[in-house]
Design a protein around this ligand. Sequence first.
Ligand code: TXA
Ligand code: MG
Length: 319
Amino acid sequence: MKILEPNLENLKLAGEELKNGKLVVIPTETVYGLGADALNPTAVANIFAAKKRPFFDPLIVHIADRETLEKIAIIEGEKAEKMIKAFWPGPITMIFKKKEIVPDIVTSGLESVAVRMPANKFALEVIRNSTGAVAAPSANPFGYLSPTTAQHVIEQLGDSVDYIVDGGKCEVGVESTVIDMTKEIPVVLRPGGLDPYLIEEVIGEIEIFDRTTLNPTAPGQLPNHYAPRIPLEIVDDWKGKEIVKNSGYLSFEFPEGKLPFDAVEILSPCGSLVEAAANLFEALHRLDKSGVKKIYAQRVPDMGIGKAVNDRLYKASKK
Ligand code: TXA
Ligand code: MG
């Protein structure tokens, strides 16, 4: 495995190596992605092997231009056009009908394909230097916390990838919002970096998938995703709770008073949800490695990107 500083030469190399069928980890504004040429089924199969990810979980294809979008997906209707114009590049993945050229292994045999244009200049440059279509799930072992720094990827996937482009810390810090655009009324399948409220402002009514449904259509909806190795419990207020010995606390804001914990992580001292999202996975990685036996995580206000943070905490608590 080779770590690449994001200079022009290396970004070219990364794109070329994707064309050669290699696994290249790219930084995006949400989390790091484990990339392979989306049009090369063998390369894509290696993603599943490196992540130990089941084949029924389809991948997002990352693109850098409209031309590639037209090549892989059928874009129908005004809503789709409005969404693309308003939010790409950005932390939103859109599901469209797929075209023949997309291999089944990318979509798990579905008739649809998930597509995203990431808002990260290094990622876009790598994609432009590749075939133009890069399949990439989050660069973590299946079910574990997503990586928001190159260091996380090195620790978690190490030598099972060929290159890691080190683009620093991810700005948004939680995965993209996933929306199914093949439905008359589009359905948000996974809360994420883009607030559904902003989507409604652009295209009107949308549906939000309810996590209590028993038949998930996007495996990101499975409850035991994004989990640390140690148990996590969500609390609104740790006071009045019986706190087990040797535990850690994930606090939303700057906590008051003396805390009965051996490790504390503060997501945003000033109480910003955007900052909290950006720090979420990093803080959980640190707590997971700190030696504590259990994490108490404070629920954050359930609005805007806070919904995505609470969703990830909920899933982490279900392991
Ligand atoms: O922010 C992100 O979305 C990151 C970065 C790397 O772009 N990627 C990411 O990928 O989170 P992944 O594979 O961890 O999550 C992709 C989600 C999964 O929940 C998958 O089930 C869903 O998208 N998905 C992919 N294709 C789909 C399809 N055709 N229909 C429904 N859901 C789909
Ligand atoms: Mg993932």
